[in-house]
Structures are given as structure tokens and as C-alpha cells.
Write a protein that binds this ligand. Structure first.
Ligand SMILES: [Zn+2]
Length: 262
């Protein structure tokens, strides 16, 4: 989502990111204006900002996801994400478009690599010019709702339209930390709209069955139904069994764990 109330005042600080062109993108000479070298980097940066994607995105690809020795639930999630991404890329390249694509669900314990896989799936599509929007349950909701108490209340609806209609939406970390009525209502609107229009979505969450209670059965069942439309279903579960080591699927702590059987 472009521009939060805080971000807007930031540019008046007076310091330039590029001292060569003073952020104008052009270097004026006697009788010519040269395009500054910072422009290419800035275009990518703007594109990333309009997708609400952070810079770490660049490093989160399938190539940088370390699979060796991974639990089979992680491997299966990796394969589901890659299959989904490949399928969408194929649709874009063939001109078929993304409408009617199933939805990819990556559900797993913290640290299992959900967000990394979501980024990796999106990356090749982003590079093909697909309009992707990243929506993080906690930070994006807070930023979005902050417009209610600004002097540009119309941004609330403008942003809602961007979320509703972008080519590919990533809903990251559904129901994390805070669940309140307004958010639940907004997320229902988003999911219901994209469901009816056949617009694709990738969703991640720490929860699985709990989502039914947290989001309502209508919302959660739409998510699972749309994942089930893929063959095999585009739903990866990286969840722990009863009494399992709580860190068994933590990708970040992988090297701290004892090898199996010891
Ligand atoms: Zn410059």
C-alpha cells in the first residue's frame, strides 16, 4: 500500500538519497539533461513499494530456501509453492491470464518458512509485470486503518480497491497476534470479492483448523475450497503433531536441532 500518513511527511526532510541528481532523476548539463544512474534502482524500489514488498524480498527466492535435510512437510510445502508459481508463470506467458487460478495456502508453525516461500512464489510473477500486493495481517492492517484518523479518509477506500483488484494478493500471517471485528469484516470482504471474481491469492498463517473459528466458517471454507481446486491441492501444512518437539519445523533453528534418532 502506497504511502502511510507517516511516510508522506518523510520526504520533506531535505536529505537526498542521490546527491548526484538530488533525487530528480536527471542531471542538468549546459544544453542537455542526462538520466541519472539511480533511476533504475529507484524504479524497482517504487515498484516494490507499490506492492508493499520489503527489500529482503530480493533474497527470498526458491534458490535461497535451504532444503537439504528438511522435514518432509517443509519439502512438500516447497514443492507446492514452486508448482503453484510455475503454473501461474505459465498462465501469464501463454496469455491465459491469472483469473480462475486456485489459491495457495501455506500454513505452518512460526519459523517454518511460510513467508519465504510466499515471496519465492511471487518473485517470477513480479518480474513478469504481474501486479502483486503484499498484505501483512498485522502491519498492513494497522497502516491501512490509520487512514481513518487522517485528513485523507478516502485513502481507506482507495486502498481497499487496490487490495480487492490487484492481479495477485498475498495475505501474510492471517490472524496473527490480533483478531478484531473490523479486521475480520474487512478480510471477509477481500476474500469474498476475490472468490467471486476468480482472482488468485496466496495466504499464510500459523493456524489451520483454528481459522474456522477465528475468521468464520464462510471465510475459512472459501480459502480451503480455492486451494482444493488445484490438483494436487495447493495447501501445504507445516504443523506439529501432538507431543512433537516444538522446534521440529523451525527452519531458522534448523542447525540447532539434534539429528533424528538421537
Ligand atoms: Zn540520481
Amino acid at each position: 500500500m502506497r504511502g502511510t500518513p507517516e511516510r508522506q511527511t518523510h520526504s520533506e526532510a531535505g536529505s537526498y538519497k542521490c546527491t548526484l541528481c538530488k533525487d530528480r532523476g536527471l542531471i542538468l548539463q549546459k544544453d542537455a539533461a542526462l538520466v541519472c544512474g539511480c533511476m533504475k534502482a529507484r524504479r524497482l524500489e517504487n515498484l516494490m513499494r507499490s506492492s508493499n514488498i520489503s527489500e529482503e524480498f530480493v533474497y527470498k527466492s526458491f534458490e535461497t530456501f535451504f532444503l537439504k535435510g528438511s522435514d518432509k512437510r517443509i519439502t512438500a510445502a516447497f514443492e507446492a509453492a514452486r508448482r503453484y508459481s510455475d503454473d501461474l508463470v505459465k498462465r501469464v506467458k501463454s496469455g491465459e491470464g491469472l483469473k480462475g487460478s486456485p489459491w495457495l495456502g501455506l500454513l505452518g508453525v512460526p519459523g517454518s518458512g511460510k513467508t519465504h516461500l510466499a515471496h519465492a512464489a511471487v518473485k517470477p510473477l513480479f518480474e513478469l509485470g504481474v501486479k502483486v500486493l503484499f498484505f501483512n495481517w498485522v502491519s498492513s492492517f494497522k497502516e491501512w486503518m490509520a487512514w481513518h484518523s487522517s485528513d485523507q479518509k478516502n485513502r481507506v477506500d482507495e486502498i481497499r480497491q487496490e487490495i480487492y483488484n490487484c492481479d495477485l494478493l498475498v495475505l501474510d500471517d492471517l490472524c496473527k497476534e490480533c483478531v478484531n471485528e473490523t479486521w475480520i469484516r474487512e478480510i471477509y470482504g477481500i476474500i469474498d470479492y476475490r472468490y467471486r471474481k476468480g482472482l488468485p491469492m496466496i495466504y499464510t498463517s500459523e493456524y489451520y483448523a483454528e481459522l474456522i473459528e477465528m475468521l468464520s466458517e464462510a471465510t475459512a471454507s472459501r480459502l480451503f475450497e480455492m486451494s482444493g481446486r488445484a490438483d494436487p491441492p495447493a495447501l501445504a501444512l507445516m504443523l506439529l503433531n501432538k507431543n512433537e518437539d516444538p522446534l521440529a519445523l523451525n527452519y531458522r533453528l534448523k542447525y540447532l536441532r539434534k539429528p533424528p534418532g538421537r
